[in-house]
Unconditional design. Structure first.
Length: 360
């Protein structure tokens, strides 16, 4: 998507370097930086310079490539995989990407590994762009159906499942961008998404850059807006979806799904297939939930007249807990919008679209 007229992806290669948009600086500054080593890729993922499940996967693939440039030995191949695997625990795209790269590199002689890893990382990024575009193609009719009925369409989204979270288009935002580009009047309620404010900082920024009408709301406002009939559809992303359709996503997603169910608002989850964890059936029992630093809750970054600043927003001395994700049970999900079409949030629904996974 475009930033001030120039097309960007959140990760790309330029002049022999891997470059990223540093998302910790948005929306107050637009800065890009290079990833020159595996250690820098690990740090970019764990400190959330890059974030969002598909982008974490692509960055981890580049991390493997950077590591092979440093040391292509068998021992380092295994060690790089382990270090990148530990960089963030919840988004399954990370494991999918580094497993894929490692499996391709193992049979190769060490001297061939770096080039092969870079080629595969590039492919993973390009494939993600196409998967996300197709999510938009399949999700667009959901928006069109509402538009035909009542004109303006109000979509609520949580966190940032936009192009900044993927390699382009986004997942939850792909149908929205495609509807907007087609001239449909679509407006987005953007949950601010405490504690890291991915909605207020990132989703609002990227929708604004593309010219999509939107309004930032506090996380607690969604239920009220649904009760008043101001939300036609909920579109969210996911960091890991089980083979039975349970959806792990940014903390607070579950509460939105409950409110949507109570108010008869369709709740769709948009995901590329590498986000499906075919090895897990029960999301609540089995998906590891990342617990992040309490300071992300007790402090908040913002822009003051003097420039960017971090301010305390909780009583001094009070402890804070910071689970970063929650699991929405499949029964609350109206459908899973994938690159192959919309599946019911059930094992049969997913296998209907991905029959090759039946044996897994
Ligand atoms: O902690 P983050 O910012 O990496 O979490 C991202 C989310 O929860 C997104 O909603 C999800 O990854 C979908 S990304 C297309």
């Amino acid at each position: 998507m475009k930033v001030d007229g120039r097309h960007y992806r959140p990760i790309w290669e330029e002049g022999g370097e891997v470059r990223i948009i540093d998302q910790t600086k948005l929306p107050f500054a637009f800065e890009t930086c290079a990833l020159r080593s595996e250690a820098e890729a690990v740090r970019a993922i764990s400190e959330m310079l890059v974030r969002g499940a598909p982008l974490i996967g692509a960055t981890a693939a580049y991390g493997m490539a950077l590591s092979m440039r440093e040391d292509p030995s068998d021992a380092n191949l295994a060690a790089a995989h382990a270090r990148l695997f530990a960089s963030r625990p919840t988004a399954v795209n990370l494991r999918w990407a580094i497993d894929d790269v490692a499996a391709r590199l193992r049979p190769l002689p060490p001297a061939a590994r770096a080039d092969a890893a870079f080629a595969r990382a590039r492919e993973i990024a390009d494939e993600d762009v196409e998967l996300c575009r197709m999510i938009g193609v399949h999700g667009l009719p959901l928006i069109e159906a509402v538009a035909t009925r009542k004109g303006r369409v109000n979509v609520l989204t949580h966190c940032n499942a936009g192009w900044l979270a993927t390699c382009d288009w986004g997942t939850a935002t792909s149908p929205i961008y495609q509807a907007h580009d087609k001239g449909i009047e679509v407006h987005v309620w953007v949950d601010e998404t405490r504690p890291r404010n991915q909605g207020a900082f990132l989703t609002a920024w990227e929708l604004g850059k593309h010219g999509v009408p939107h309004t930032v709301i506090v996380d607690n406002a969604g239920g009220h807006l649904m009760q008043r009939g101001h939300v036609d559809l909920c579109f969210v992303g996911t960091d890991r979806t089980t083979r039975t359709g349970d959806v792990c996503n940014k903390i607070g997603t579950y509460l939105k799904a409950l409110a949507a169910k109570d108010n008869g608002v369709p709740f769709y989850v948009c995901l590329p297939s590498p986000t499906i964890d075919w090895t897990v059936r029960d999301g609540v029992a089995s998906i590891p939930i990342e617990e992040r630093r309490p300071e992300e809750v007790t402090e908040i970054p913002g822009l003051t007249a003097q420039g960017p600043a971090q301010v305390r927003v909780a009583a001094p001395g009070s402890p804070a807990a910071n689970p970063a994700f929650d699991v929405t049970p499949a029964r609350l999900v109206s459908g899973l919008v994938t690159e192959r079409g919309i599946a019911a949030a059930t094992e049969a629904g997913l296998l209907g679209l991905f029959p090759e996974r039946a044996a897994a």
